[in-house]
Ligand binder design. Structure first.
Ligand code: F0G
Length: 378
């Protein structure tokens, strides 16, 4: 039997990525994340909704950012860059730090002072990034990064870097490959709005090759996926972009100067991919909506306790929106839905422990006490 060793998304999707054929690939075997179907949420079962969780928290640094970072850093290195820079609510900084370490170059990360989850900070520190904590929010950091990049020899690896979105579009390819078609709805948390834009690019590219199967279209998979010939629009999902209520410029219809939410990953008021995200939602016939912190945290807990999937608060926004839209009928019975879970729950243990009601019983270290605790709880 021929061994099949997965070597990351650049090797897999090279034919649809704008990289030079001879570039040195900087990869941590990102991508190829699982699409987990929910089985235990009653509301979905009653309405015959197939809801799949695209668990991007299982990327090497625990978030979807790795998809974009492998392509952005590979390109930066092939251009001879010695340093990358980003503003971040945490995950981009963790990913940039890891890929810079892998490439042997420097990473500078600007993070909002005191407003990033502990796990993410630990990652940036361990990977040896130079961390600049700014007295300001993500949007201030983004402005500074853009300004400094024109005056210092650093490559920006935020999602305004087009290579980032190219890498992130591969999630749509994986979903279509896995399901054999696009879902009816794709639900995604929106912060800086790069990811919703990247997904729409991926689905649109696949739709443009309608009538061919995926292998013929892109030459990347081994031919057993069905990519059926349907009218183009049927091959693209409606894109549903969900935000936290305290950081919802797409709902307000204009930028917000003081965004605030417990979902610190999407605590963003001035999204950079504003027009692109609007186009994705409009062209797909989708919509934006927002949800309170309490609703988002309740969904995070629901997923962890009923489906066994632990995502970070921002990620739970996608499922919060999906469940709401199923309930009110915006997502009709019998639909197939993919929700992106953008980051792993372990990124933000503080929030998880704070809201957890799990019972902790302290007992003596003896058999009788353990037995009594079990029998009392069954
Ligand atoms: N979910 C998580 C866990 C994120 O970290 C982010 C963005 C998003 C959703 C939103 O994605 O910005 O493409 O709309 N995090 C960035 C960061 C801003 O710096 O880590 P988006």
């Amino acid at each position: 039997m021929k061994a099949q060793h997965y070597t990351g998304l650049i090797d897999r999707y090279r034919s649809v990525l704008p990289l030079a054929p001879d570039c040195k690939v900087i990869s941590l075997c990102e991508g190829d994340t699982p699409l987990i179907q929910c089985h235990n949420i009653q509301q979905l079962n009653e309405k015959n909704i197939k809801l799949y969780l695209k668990f991007e928290g299982l990327n090497p640094t625990g978030s979807f950012k790795d998809r974009g970072m492998t392509v952005a850093v590979t390109q930066a290195v092939s251009e001879g860059s010695q340093a990358i820079i980003c503003a971040s609510t945490g995950n981009t900084s963790a990913s940039a730090a890891a890929y810079a370490a892998r490439a042997g170059i420097k990473a500078f990360v600007l993070i909002p002072d005191g407003k990033i989850a502990m796990g993410k900070l630990a990652q940036a520190m361990m990977h040896g990034a130079i961390i600049l904590q700014i007295r300001g929010n993500f949007d201030d950091g983004m402005r500074l990064v853009k300004e400094v990049a024109s005056e210092a020899p650093v490559n920006i690896v935020n999602s305004i870097n087009p290579y980032r979105l190219q890498g992130q579009k591969t999630a749509s390819y994986e979903i279509v490959e896995s399901l054999g078609r696009a879902p009816d709805f794709h639900c995604i948390p929106v912060g800086n709005a790069g990811n919703i834009s990247a997904h729409w690019t991926g689905y649109s590219e696949l739709a443009a090759s309608s009538g061919k199967n995926v292998t013929e279209a892109c030459g990347f998979c081994n031919g057993d996926c069905q990519f059926v010939s349907e009218p183009q629009i049927a091959l693209r999902p409606k894109m549903l972009g969900y935000q936290a209520a305290g950081a919802a410029p797409f709902i307000k219809g204009s930028m917000i100067d003081k965004p605030d939410t417990v979902a610190t990953a999407i605590r963003i008021g001035h999204p950079q991919s504003w027009d692109f995200a609007h186009a994705a939602v409009r062209e797909s016939g989708g919509w934006f909506n927002s949800f309170t912190d309490d609703e988002i945290l309740a969904t995070q807990k629901l997923l962890a306790s009923t489906e066994g999937v632990f995502c970070e608060p921002a990620s739970a926004t996608s499922v919060t929106g999906a469940l709401h839209d199923v309930k009110v009928g915006n997502i009709p019975e019998g639909s197939s839905v993919v929700c992106t879970l953008t980051g792993h729950g372990l990124k933000d243990p503080d929030i998880a422990i704070k809201q957890s009601t799990a019972e902790m019983i302290t007992i003596d270290a003896e058999l009788e006490s353990v037995k009594r605790a079990i029998l009392d709880s069954i």
